[in-house]
Design a protein around this ligand. Structure first.
Ligand SMILES: O=C(O)[C@H]1O[C@H](OP(=O)(O)OP(=O)(O)OC[C@H]2O[C@@H](n3ccc(=O)[nH]c3=O)[C@H](O)[C@@H]2O)[C@H](O)[C@@H](O)[C@H]1O
Length: 483
């Protein structure tokens, strides 16, 4: 009996627990039903919210108007956010979108692009809020040419500086659109509105060493973006414009022959940046060959000056010297530093001597061969980076906290030196600015732009002038001192 009772007890317990289980199952069944209902409602709501957000952020896809591209101006300079932001902004629009088109917009574009002198040219400048782009746009506008700029304002470096350049251009009547070179529809729209005689294509992902951190941004901008510009110019623009674009001294890569001449080997790039520029030169060849596009590539040599790029060594060193932060110098590095005004003269010379394209977007045929040119735009006098730092120290009145290390394996090359005889022959390119004179212009601008203590800097510059022998003093005073 005790065993029976015990067995019954176990059974009862089983029934009881079975009942509880049943009850729990019934309850959870109701719960599941109730939750699926809720889940269903939540999904519907979330879908509606997403559709709304999508429509709000991407009006271009729904309305067939054109979307503006602009990078997140407030993003920090931390590498990860820079990487993310610049990659995103190369191909996508960000939260700050707006629409293109409309009578007023068309009128603004036409007004900006219209030459104001007889025989003036009409130039679409890509990367117009960039360093070289802004200077070239100003120079073209100053002599009465029509200029329309575009720039994606990505945050590879401080977009506030790009906006300041945009304001400078706007004050002189040059419109710089927030737009990306990968936006083919926008480019087509611009070519529909304006019969541009020239495209000065300067938009690119710059920087030699950053290519190791963000390789795909280089492909998106320097390869895909370049193709989009060539495609539109070749197949849509009527008439086809002549194109002048920014290649780089970095294409010489591991070349050891000096000074670097356009005839030297360029098939051993040392960085991905260099490889994308070299790819650009090959792509230019094919568009010239097939479509009769007149194309000129300019190999820039470490361009510096006022309104420059904060990622470049001379600029970031100046900031670090002022802030008392250490700088790292790569031992024995030398560069053919080239002053911006000299480079601008080279760009304008290349535009003025570019023969017309020979193709037709309508027929898809070319009437004959069009020119394909490439030129070095350098200073022809390499200077050790240590010397560049010494000049900055003198001009800023402060010693740098230097750390010298062997050049790391980061895509850098130890030495550049341009032979510019082709550019000199074809459009009279003659660089005339010494590194002392050019850095002085840079420091004057730097001090004013960042509202630094001018008194300290002026005193340092006066002291430096006193120490100089008379002939050098004269050379440093002029903007176009000989190098
Ligand atoms: O001619 C070009 O085609 C390229 O020029 C520019 O590249 P670079 O000549 O490498 O300029 P930049 O970075 O200012 O370094 C200058 C020097 O400082 C040395 N350098 C650099 C950094 C550092 O921390 N320490 C250092 O010694 C370094 O070893 C170098 O010797 C453009 O950025 C590039 O976009 C492209 O246009």
């Amino acid at each position: 009996m005790p065993t029976d009772a015990a067995a019954k007890g176990v059974k009862l317990e089983r029934y009881a627990s079975g009942g509880a289980l049943l009850l729990r199952r019934v309850a959870s069944g109701k719960f599941v039903a109730a939750s699926s209902h809720l889940l269903f409602r939540a999904t519907v709501l979330a879908t509606l919210a997403l559709v709304f957000l999508f429509a709000f952020h991407y009006p271009s896809l729904l309305s067939r108007s054109f979307s503006l591209v602009s990078a997140d101006a407030s993003s920090s300079s931390a590498t990860s956010s820079r990487l993310h932001a610049s990659h995103r902004s190369l191909l996508m629009s960000s939260s700050a979108s707006a629409t293109y088109g409309g009578e007023k917009w068309d009128k603004e574009i036409r007004r900006s692009a219209k030459p104001r002198r007889d025989g003036g040219i009409s130039v679409l400048v890509t990367g117009a809020a960039g360093f070289v782009g802004a200077h070239c746009s100003l120079a073209l506008r100053a002599r009465g040419d029509g200029v329309l700029g575009l720039d994606n304002f990505n945050s590879y470096y401080d977009p506030a500086l790009k906006r300041a350049r945009q304001r400078l251009l706007s004050d002189r009547g040059v419109v710089v659109l927030d737009a990306d070179i990968n936006d083919a529809l926008l480019l087509e729209k611009l070519f529909d509105l304006v019969p541009f005689t020239h495209v000065l294509h300067l938009a690119a992902q710059a920087g030699v060493r950053y290519a190791m951190e963000a390789p795909h941004t280089y492909v998106a901008s320097n390869v895909a973006g370049l193709v989009t510009v060539f495609e539109t110019a070749a197949k849509h623009a009527d008439p086809q414009p002549a194109i002048v674009w920014a290649s780089s001294s970095s294409v010489y890569g591991l070349n050891k022959e000096t000074p670097f001449s356009e005839d030297h080997r360029t098939d051993r790039p040392a960085s991905l940046y260099a490889a994308t520029k070299k790819a650009g030169e090959a792509i230019a060849h094919s568009y010239n060959h097939i479509y009769g596009l007149s194309i000129t590539g300019l190999r820039f040599f470490t361009v510096y000056g006022p309104w420059g790029r904060p990622d470049m060594a001379y600029f970031s060193f100046a900031r670090s010297i002022v802030a008392g932060e250490p700088i790292t110098l790569y031992a024995d590095a030398r560069r053919d530093f080239t002053y911006i005004d000299d480079v601008v003269k080279g760009c304008v010379g290349a535009l003025d001597t570019a023969a017309r394209s020979t193709g037709s977007a309508r027929s898809g045929k070319k009437t004959g061969p069009a020119p394909l040119r490439v030129y070095n735009l350098g200073n022809t006098s390499p200077v050790p980076v240590t010397r560049m730092v010494a000049i900055l120290e003198k001009l800023l009145g402060k010693k740098a906290n230097k750390r010298v290390i062997a050049m790391p394996s980061n895509g850098d090359v130890p030495f550049t030196h341009a032979n510019v005889s082709h550019a000199a022959h074809d459009f009279g390119y003659r660089p005339t600015t010494s590194l002392d004179a050019g850095l002085r212009h840079f420091v004057d601008w730097f001090v004013e732009y960042y509202k630094l203590d001018t008194k300290i800097v002026k005193a340092a510059q006066a002291a430096a002038d006193k120490k100089k022998p008379a002939t050098k003093k004269k050379a440093a005073a002029g903007k176009s001192a000989s190098s």
